[in-house]
Ligand binder design. Structure first.
Ligand SMILES: NC(=O)c1ccc[n+]([C@@H]2O[C@H](COP(=O)([O-])OP(=O)(O)OC[C@H]3O[C@@H](n4cnc5c(N)ncnc54)[C@H](OP(=O)(O)O)[C@@H]3O)[C@@H](O)[C@H]2O)c1
Length: 338
């Protein structure tokens, strides 16, 4: 059993501006503060909301802005964290880029591949970092999983099996169910296993999907089979109406890795050989929720003058959106903003 203490991080401290003050903005900001990052400003559609957030996280009222425009113009902001509902990601990230600020954009990166491409181009023109906040990529267990696979510990990876299933609010007006807010299990939850498959298997050759839609039109149970060169597979299930195991398995010709629940959050895994004998296991102590590792990577990119992360290249963020576009085409799910 190997155990890693990942409490300390070493990176230049950029000044973060938080765009949107909802659930994930609060969790991310708490992790940044816990791990010594510098959160200098917040922007909300309402001044009072920005001020309440600022009070909770020790941000000066002068940097609590009652509009997203004012936030991105704040000279004490270097990088903006976009934490609004998915249909806003493209425009809100673009707002930051146009103000000359780098952007870390919540998942899903955008609502579709067309918007993702436009965002990537806008960042490239300005030589600014834009990074999809697929935080799982930078969690210690995933870094170790990639190392093992690259070292050949599984032989050839043949299959990724993963679910992301949660019992989420069923209120039709909730962000997760309302189409105008990008509702649906796929874009909110399914993006994680689709991103895992992309990480380990690349771009699929074909996509097969089936889903149950809610009355609002948002998907609530979605199965996806991705097929890759040489007959390799990813088998994915996502649902917003029931809590499942949230496990992931990576099956190779000479061994497998089983990532423990909840596989997309800080967790442990076990590595087995083809006979089922356990060869090793991994666990890590992670402070907070673990959302700070993606911030460390974003800061590293800015400091190094690099425009994209080798762990999640921009073309891959676009390809992940394209895979989900195809799933949505097959299950008949279109968003009003498209
Ligand atoms: N990485 C993760 O683990 C994780 C977890 C949950 C969600 N997310 C992602 O983060 C994003 C936000 O999710 P959330 O759960 O934090 O949502 P949320 O609690 O509803 O917060 C979203 C925030 O966006 C702002 N906003 C702007 N336009 C809005 C509109 N028309 N309706 C509602 N809010 C609007 C609001 O902030 P102001 O009122 O301050 O303007 C609101 O507080 C989503 O894209 C989601 O996929 C990521």
């Amino acid at each position: 059993m190997s155990t890693t203490n990942t409490h300390t991080t070493d990176s230049a401290r950029l000044r973060w501006g938080i765009l949107g003050t909802g659930l994930i903005a609060r969790l991310f900001t708490a992790d940044l503060r816990l791990t010594g990052h510098h959160v200098s400003a917040v922007g909300s559609r309402a001044a009072q909301t920005a001020q309440a957030f600022a009070d909770d996280f020790g941000i000066a009222h002068a940097h609590a802005h009652g509009s997203y425009e004012a936030l991105v113009e704040d000279p004490e902001v270097d990088i903006v964290y976009v934490a609004t509902p998915h249909p806003r990601h493209h425009d809100d990230a673009l707002l930051a880029l146009r103000a000359g600020k780098h952007a870390l954009v919540e998942k899903p990166f955008t609502i579709n591949a067309r918007e993702a491409r436009a965002l990537v181009e806008a960042a490239a023109e300005r030589r600014l970092v834009v990074l999809e906040a697929m935080w799982t990529r930078w969690l210690p267990h995933m870094v170790e999983v990639r190392k093992l696979i690259q070292a050949g510990a599984l032989g050839e990876v043949r299959c990724v099996l993963a679910d992301h299933t949660q019992l989420l609010p069923q209120d039709p007006a909730h962000r997760l169910n309302a189409l105008e807010l990008g509702g649906g299990a796929l874009l909110d939850l399914g993006v994680y296993p689709i991103s895992l498959a992309s990480d380990l298997l690349g771009e699929p050759e074909s996509v097969q999907a089936a889903a149950t839609l809610k009355e609002t039109g948002a998907d609530t149970e979605t199965s996806v089979i991705l097929r890759y060169q040489g007959g390799r597979n990813a088998v994915i299930y996502t649902a917003s109406n029931a809590a499942g195991p949230n496990r992931a398995a990576i099956i190779g010709t000479t061994g497998r890795i089983e990532i423990d629940p909840v596989w997309y959050t800080p967790t442990s895994f076990r590595h087995y050989d083809a006979t089922g004998r356990m060869l090793s296991s991994f666990s890590a102590e992670v402070p907070g929720r673990g959302m700070q590792f993606q911030a460390v990577e974003a800061e590293r990119l800015v400091r190094a003058g690099e425009l994209e992360s080798p762990d999640l290249p921009l073309a891959e963020s676009v390809a992940i959106m394209a895979t989900m576009d195809e799933v949505r085409r097959q299950i008949g799910l279109r968003y009003p903003s498209e």
